[in-house]
Design a protein around this ligand. Structure first.
Ligand code: NIG
Ligand code: FE
Length: 393
């Protein structure tokens, strides 16, 4: 099996507290040996065993690749004018999703795939080595199924989000139209999506779906073999977070508006709170305070939420910087949340850390300290991004 040794690592983030210091399990002057694409040895650079191939990190920092557990990359068109109007004082609403739905339905498969591939390449250059992506801009049986079929060629973390918003042709018929759409999502659309999806998600919020509708849809998804996650409490206080805990969702995403009871419910559960700094940034919303979550012992992830409406960024370093500045994460907490936290939000144990046996998905920073990710906002510090497969051939 081919082995690769990375030596002279100034600061190595392992996220394995049995290997190094603090939350990030950090080692100084470290080395890492990879065999068959997996971490096989971690220790002091001077003790590194020999390997088939060597990489000299020259004092730079090495981290696990970022795990982006929440993105919406299957869409066409953009909403730059809507963003500009918002910066001039308009407020964000779920209804904007419908304009992306129209553009997405009109796009060819090739257009959708090339858009996805270019966003995925942007993510890779920002240090993201695993990304999740959702459907949710097709909202017909055929358009949701094709979005997921295309997405599944690029990631194993695909999420069926037929319940993103009620499409115009159903919303026009009032309550009966909404009921008919929920029935469609739970039955025919779910059946068409399931072969290409791992997860099911619902946007449970003002202007989208209420908690009863979300529960029905997520339970139908669970019965079909999909694992649940939720867009919860983005636009207002609501029952989304409590529902996430009730259904053992892997993650409750957004968590912008949280009561003490929501925080307590998350703390007593396996559900991760995924915060999306790009969304508050781009909708000029109030930021949630991550200190409440960390103090209560909640597991927290940070993700990009890349989508054309509320957060059109593929940059995890940007999200880390905003999380530190405006959500009051410490730099260490933000780095943990963008790596190990994202992995927990996808219920993965093989990524998000560089402990023994982990996939060797990793980033070399153009800086000695990982704190530079927040300290030097807007500067591209990702010197290289590697997937485990890069080390096997
Ligand atoms: O996660 N909140 C719901 N969905 C997306 C935004 C979708 C859009 O505005 O197009 C989000 O922020
Ligand atoms: Fe989202």
């Amino acid at each position: 099996m081919r082995s690769v040794a990375i030596t002279n690592i100034g600061r190595l983030v392992t996220n394995d507290q049995s290997l190094g210091a603090g939350l990030l399990g950090e080692l100084r002057d470290a080395a890492l040996v990879i065999e068959g694409g997996r971490v096989a040895w971690v220790g002091s650079s001077k003790d590194a065993p020999s390997a088939d191939h060597g990489i000299d990190a020259a004092g730079r920092s090495v981290l696990p690749g970022f795990v982006d557990s929440h993105a919406h990359l299957m869409f066409a068109g953009d909403r730059a004018d809507e963003f500009a109007a918002r910066m001039a004082g308009e407020s964000y609403s779920a209804g904007g999703i419908r304009s992306t739905v129209a553009a997405t339905r009109a796009a060819t498969d090739a257009e959708l795939e090339s858009r996805l591939a270019s966003l995925a390449a942007e993510m890779r250059s920002s240090g993201i080595t695993t990304f999740e992506t959702k459907s949710g801009y097709g909202l017909t049986v055929e358009d949701e199924a094709r979005a997921l079929e295309i997405a599944a060629r690029h990631t194993s973390e695909t999420t069926f989000l037929g319940a993103h918003v009620v499409p115009r042709e159903y919303a026009e018929n009032g309550a009966a139209g909404v009921d008919a759409y929920v029935t469609l999502v739970k039955n025919e659309m779910l059946a068409a999506a399931t072969p290409h999806a791992k997860w099911i998600d619902v946007f449970c919020d003002r202007g989208a779906f209420d908690a009863d509708q979300a529960r029905e849809i997520l339970l139908a998804g669970k019965a079909a073999g999909l694992a649940p996650r939720i867009h919860a409490n983005q636009l207002q206080h609501g029952q989304g977070v409590q529902l996430a805990v009730e259904l053992d969702c892997a993650s409750a995403d957004h968590c912008t508006h949280l009561t003490e009871a929501d925080v307590e419910a998350l703390a007593g559960s396996k559900t991760v709170a995924t915060l999306l700094p790009g969304a508050e940034f781009s909708t000029r919303a109030e930021y949630p305070d991550a200190r409440r979550l960390w103090a209560a012992g909640v597991k927290v992830a940070i993700a990009t939420d890349c989508n054309p409406g509320s957060s059109y960024t593929t940059s995890m370093p940007f999200c880390i910087a905003v999380a530190v500045r405006d959500m009051h994460f410490t730099p260490e907490q933000a780095i943990w949340s963008a790596t190990a936290g994202g992995a927990a939000a996808l219920r993965r144990t093989d990524i998000g850390h560089l402990g023994l046996g982990a996939r060797a998905d990793l980033i070399q920073l153009a800086a000695e300290s990982p704190i530079h990710l927040a300290y030097r906002p807007g500067v591209n510090l990702i010197r290289s991004t590697h997937l485990a497969e890069d080390f096997t051939n």
